[in-house]
Design a protein around this ligand. Structure first.
Ligand code: ZN
Length: 183
């Protein structure tokens, strides 16, 4: 098993800006712990960040403008700033695979298992899990490292990923104790 951690949309606009997820702050310390742990073990960390073009983006027919390219809102939050050696990929759709080189990068890194963390559970996490599943990756979701706008959709997203894509649902402590020790 070769794992990578994919940090999805932990950017200012989703944590404190225009599309603020109220419960986002709950997962920050858990993701911090996980990133500290995996960086020591040289497990790759890949940030995939929503980055939209102003005005023309079709997503803005559904959501207010957010994560505009070149703005503070599209940057990773201060608490989880990438460090040297991390990978950063801009994405324009919910899935971190769509229209990006994530799949190519994962293949170059010989990764077969993804740990998905970040925002939001039933949108970008779930759509990224779908595309990972379609491409044959194993997906692990620590549920205390993902959040959604309310508990109902959080639960629904987790349940969907578990039953439809076969994602392993765990938590950050179990992940560090079990899944990531044999790396
Ligand atoms: Zn977006």
């Amino acid at each position: 098993m070769k794992t990578a951690v994919v940090v999805v949309d932990m950017i200012n606009d989703f944590v404190s800006g225009t599309l603020k997820c109220e419960s986002a702050s709950k997962i920050i310390p858990n993701i911090q712990r996980l990133l500290n742990f995996v960086r020591k073990k040289k497990i790759p960390v890949i940030y995939t960040n929503d980055t939209h073009l102003p005005d023309i983006d079709e997503e803005f027919e559904i959501w207010p403008q957010h994560a505009l390219v070149g703005t503070k809102g599209a940057e990773v939050i201060e608490e989880l700033k990438p460090v040297k050696g991390d990978y950063i990929i801009q994405k324009r759709r919910y899935s971190a695979f769509f229209g990006t080189y994530l799949d190519l990068l994962l293949r170059e890194l010989k990764v077969d298992t993804l740990v998905l963390v970040g925002l939001v559970t039933n949108v970008c996490i779930q759509n990224t899990a779908a595309d990972a599943f379609f491409r044959g990756y194993r997906v692990i979701v620590p549920e205390d490292c993902v959040e959604a706008v309310n508990e109902e959709v959080q639960k629904a997203g987790i349940e969907y990923m578990k039953t439809i894509y076969g994602c392993k649902i765990t938590n950050v402590d179990e992940l560090m104790k079990k899944e990531l020790v044999q790396e």
